[in-house]
Design a binder for this molecule. Structure first.
Ligand code: CAA
Length: 243
């Protein structure tokens, strides 16, 4: 993987940060996407150096931002070998309280945003005859969750997107896979009410939250050039929560 280039959306915090760090430690150059506050991205860049990590602001829910960020990474590093579609948001509410805007925002970022980035990467990779796209879904996409109708729909949607892109990519040297994390120690999970988390953890066979790096190691494996015969798959990393 040395000398190859990755683009990781939401790559400065949580699972995305663990992924960026793993890929950079494998000798890759990493374009790290972030949406608003640059602090975490700047910290990551100063830790590894601006020759190995470049940082790129953009909202993946806006196609124009995706095009700009993709171009920035190409300009900085010359190509993109690996795209990790990690950025995502929640707007958890029971259906009785969910507004149309809660649905629209989550679908726009998690589903449309992932498509925009994957589409750009696919066109670039298919032309070059090689590439790896890894979409970060969720256990919620596998089993649903009360209070997350919007989020679950987007994360299930990524399975269909992944399988369809994988079928098209299989003759172009582009693999497309999903990783489906369970509940991982991130800001997103930290925002869940304490009581809800206790209930969730008691339902996880391993009785603990996952760590970001436990997800990142699977992404690293799928991003590896040697993983070329693996495509259209979902790799779950959830402590046994969903089997
Ligand atoms: N099934 C059925 N009904 C449920 C339920 C469940 N699992 N959980 C709650 N309810 C019911 C409650 O009993 C309650 O009913 P009554 O009004 O009749 O008593 C009603 O739904 C409202 O429940 P809350 O009091 O919890 O409602 P709220 O409006 O205060 O909060 C919520 C709703 C924001 C969704 C809150 O319950 C919550 O945050 N839940 C956790 C959601 C969650 O797991 N999010 C994961 C985020 S992390 C992530 O998404 C990353 C990833 O990929 C894993």
């Amino acid at each position: 993987m040395t000398g190859q280039v990755a683009l990781v959306t939401g790559g400065a915090r949580g699972i995305g940060r663990a992924i960026s760090e793993r890929l950079v430690k494998r000798g890759m150059k990493v374009g790290v996407g972030y949406s608003s506050d640059p602090t975490s991205a700047e910290n990551l860049q100063s830790e590894y150096g601006s020759d190995r990590i470049t940082i790129h602001q953009g909202n993946i829910g806006a196609r124009g931002d995706c095009e700009r960020v993709f171009d920035e990474v190409i300009n900085a590093h010359g190509r993109v070998d690996v795209l990790v579609n990690n950025a995502g948001i929640t707007a958890d509410k029971m259906l009785t309280k969910m507004e149309v805007d809660d649905w629209d925002r989550v679908v726009q970022v998690n589903l449309s945003g992932t498509f925009y980035m994957a589409h750009l990467a696919y066109l670039h990779m298919a032309e070059r005859g090689s590439g790896r796209i890894v979409n970060i879904s969720s256990v919620i996409g596998e089993q649903g969750n009360a209070g997350q109708v919007n989020y679950a729909a987007t994360k299930s949607g990524l399975f269909g997107m992944t399988m369809s892109m994988a079928q098209e990519g299989s003759r172009k040297g582009v693999t497309v896979n999903c990783v489906a994390p369970g509940y991982i120690e991130t800001d997103m999970v930290a925002a869940v009410p304490e009581k809800a988390i206790e209930k969730i953890v008691s339902g996880i066979p391993m009785k603990r939250l996952g760590r970001p790096d436990e997800v990142a190691r699977v992404v690293e494996f799928l991003a590896d050039p040697e993983s070329e015969y693996i495509t259209g798959q979902v790799y779950s990393v959830n402590g046994g929560l969903h089997m």
